[in-house]
Design a protein around this ligand. Sequence first.
Ligand SMILES: CC(C)(COP(=O)(O)OP(=O)(O)OC[C@H]1O[C@@H](n2cnc3c(N)ncnc32)[C@H](O)[C@@H]1OP(=O)(O)O)[C@@H](O)C(=O)NCCC(=O)NCCS
Length: 192
Amino acid sequence: MSAPPRVDAIPQEHVSPELDLAVRALLQAAFPATEEFRRGRDFRHPARAGDFLLVGHAGERLVASVALYFANATPANAGAVAGERFTLGCVGNVCSDPDPAFRGRGHAAACVQRALKVARARSAVAALLFCREGLVPYYERFGFREVGNELWLRDPSGARFLRDWHDRRMILPLQHPEWDAGQALELDVGSF
Ligand SMILES: CC(C)(COP(=O)(O)OP(=O)(O)OC[C@H]1O[C@@H](n2cnc3c(N)ncnc32)[C@H](O)[C@@H]1OP(=O)(O)O)[C@@H](O)C(=O)NCCC(=O)NCCS
């Protein structure tokens, strides 16, 4: 019987250069070398203080990883007033080692679950992620549901742009079950 997945939640500011390199190598290995996955292969979410890296190990080997980063969300259509601001826990860079000895063994799921636990503990109202269509059923297993919210992103320079890729947006409410799937939101993160 294989050992249960082991997951560590590491504040991004404590991620060592060695672990950062190992995560980048895992992303490269996990995402297939196709145009569809090009961005995933090359993209490790920027390490920001306050955010977390979830890493799954089998023995000494890094076999799964997830980035959890927090975004302040405000309604995009109103002059946002104090009190309407809330925190979303954004889940990205989800991957597992493609070696059949490690893929499909629950390591990625354990990292996602840990990310949700950290997000809940840090009072995130909901978890948010983007994925391609084929992975919608994977994330539904955690309770995520597809939503249609219009999402604007604001990067650190203040530039505001519409997040309108082709992939699916999914939300998992963490504090209370209601989610307004019609509201347009502005998020203070530059990228996903
Ligand atoms: C997506 C990914 C992380 C899933 O990792 P994994 O190691 O297969 O998944 P886990 O071991 O956590 O979970 C396995 C379970 O999920 C199910 N599952 C896996 N992919 C699924 C899919 N696309 N749809 C529905 N269920 C799926 C498996 O059937 C298995 O179910 P079981 O527990 O009932 O046997 C992995 O395939 C990967 O790294 N892909 C490339 C990178 C990528 O696309 N990341 C997602 C970016 S949004």
